[in-house]
Design a protein. Structure first.
Length: 188
């Protein structure tokens, strides 16, 4: 039987890295298999089926591929030689079974709760942080991409937004932040 504690830590680390760097929905993550990752000249891509059964390819940055390799190794699986049907996110007790949505929700919520309880956040900040969900990493993906000056069409495609206005809200936030900083620098 596998030692589940270090494996659980490895999975949570991978989960945070992958979700922040890709913006995947929980359902897309649960459905992802090894066969959905393809390496191209430009890097790696993950094929996903999003809302309304729309297929898209999401770029996997090097940090996500490396974290995936480490997570597979922790599971005792060779990433390159893994069977195509191997779930990217497994149930820990059986590496050939994907984690269920309810188990993913429960485990991520428990992880957030423990992290917040051990944090030095003020009580009000702790209450807000306790509401964090895996979906927040989807927002983090878009926000950090906008903060780092990326083009608007990239998070639109990565997140599977059919309407550019949905992705644009992350950029409006950045404009407001820029306005405030310019005002502070050049105001009275």
């Amino acid at each position: 039987m596998r030692d589940l504690f270090p494996l659980s830590r490895s999975r949570l680390k991978w989960l945070c890295i992958l979700c922040e760097s890709t913006g995947l929905r929980a359902a897309e993550l649960i459905a992802a298999r090894r066969e959905h990752i393809h390496v191209t000249r430009g890097g790696a891509l993950l094929e996903v089926i999003g809302k309304e059964s729309r297929a898209r390819e999401v770029p996997l940055p090097k940090v996500a591929i490396e974290a995936t390799r480490e997570y597979f190794a922790a599971r005792g699986i060779d990433f390159d030689g893994a069977p195509p049907e191997t779930p990217l996110l497994d149930s820990l007790r059986n590496s050939s079974e994907p984690l269920t949505y309810s188990s993913l929700y429960e485990r991520f919520t428990r992880f957030v709760r423990r992290a917040v309880e051990r944090s030095s956040l003020e009580p009000g900040q702790q209450r807000a942080a306790m509401k964090a969900s895996l979906h927040w990493l989807r927002h983090t993906h878009a926000t950090r991409f906008a903060e780092r000056g990326g083009d608007l069409d990239v998070p639109q495609a990565n997140l599977g937004h059919s309407d550019l206005r949905t992705s644009a809200r992350y950029y409006r936030t950045q404009i407001e932040r820029r306005q405030a900083q310019v005002e502070k620098a050049f105001g009275e």
